[in-house]
Write a protein that binds this ligand. Structure first.
Ligand code: SAM
Length: 302
């Protein structure tokens, strides 16, 4: 439950150093408000409800210089993903050591390299993991996972305009109407996503539940019925409708990304085919509904 969730009191108190050891700033005098060592760059990409981490592992070599984090509420899933990332990093280190110290000659076959004897080399790796035989850009040092309830604590981790991408892949559908409040897409959560994303940043969604896809569209984009809803509803005064149409709201912060732009974005393919849930849907010949939204510039206040 949330009682056991660890979260910083503000983004400036978050200790990222143990999550991205390769990115810790060598200048030991650079610390944040909780005294933790700073990184040389900020976390920029978030996978909300990352599950077993297929998206992060797929994106890691595509965006090798970008720090990405998965957030997951289930403890055991988080533990699995953390050891998966550590195993991938260790494999990359072993491969790099081997390429730096090529195969021993016959005379020295009994000697073993440090990498081969290191405890990390025994770390588990799943069969379908990439990274077992090849050195990948970024060496998976750029991905990490933390346990969090993103419905409550996202603004504790990320400052205004910090993020360039947010992914929400196959969110739990919570089919029943009385459970809809548990959905991780809602107008109030979308306001938090707009706060954390920089203008021009992208929010990616994918689901196999068509009804949820329409829910997503309704919660990001103005619908024709919005014009008559809200303040003016039931009123007869002619000004009310016009005011409802033009009053700026959270839905004015987003525009849907075109199919042509999506086709050119390699992250979309990873989202469609590399997450564990997307693989399950592919196996069952299910449909996948993609919607990506661009965060627009902050409105100018009169
Ligand atoms: N995104 C992954 C994928 O595509 O394979 C996992 C999809 S799974 C259906 C939804 C995940 O979201 C689960 O792992 C669940 O534990 C996680 N989740 C649900 N609510 C969450 C919340 N409030 N904060 C963080 N994770 C959450």
């Amino acid at each position: 439950s949330d009682h056991n969730l660890d979260y910083p009191i503000s983004p400036a108190h978050m200790d990222w150093s143990s999550h991205y050891p390769a990115y810790v700033d060598p200048d030991t005098s650079k610390t944040n408000l909780s005294g933790a060592r700073q990184l040389t760059k900020n976390v920029e990409v978030v996978d909300i409800g990352c599950g077993f981490g297929g998206l992060l592992v797929g994106l890691a070599p595509l965006l090798p210089d970008t720090l990405m984090v998965g957030m997951e509420i289930r403890t055991q899933v988080l533990e699995y993903l953390t050891s998966r990332i550590h195993a991938l990093r260790a494999q990359q280190q072993n491969l790099k050591n081997k390429s730096a110290n090529p195969a021993p000659t016959e005379a020295s076959t009994e000697s073993t390299t440090e990498a081969e004897t290191g405890s990390d080399s025994k770390a588990p790796a799943t069969d379908d993991d990439i990274g077992t035989t090849k050195i990948f850009p970024g060496n998976f040092e750029n991905i990490a996972a933390i346990r969090s309830n993103t419905m409550k604590f996202l603004p504790n981790f990320f400052g205004r305009h910090q993020l360039s991408k947010i992914f929400i892949c196959f969110p739990d559908p919570h089919f029943k109407a009385r459970k809809h409040k548990a959905r991780i897409i809602s107008e109030s959560l979308n306001a938090e996503y707009a706060y954390a994303l920089r203008p021009g940043g992208l929010l990616y969604t994918i689901t196999d539940v068509e009804e949820y896809h329409h829910w997503v569209l309704r919660h990001f984009l103005r619908q024709p019925e919005d014009a008559t809803k809200g303040k003016g509803e039931g009123e007869t005064g002619s000004d009310y409708k016009a005011e409802a149409v033009h009053a700026p709201g959270i839905k004015d912060m987003w525009e849907r990304v075109s199919d042509a732009d999506l086709a050119a974005d390699p992250c979309v393919r990873v989202m469609q085919f590399e997450t564990e849930e997307s693989k399950k849907v592919t196996r069952n010949n299910g449909k996948k509904f993609v919607a990506v939204f661009r965060r627009l510039a902050d409105p100018e206040w009169p």
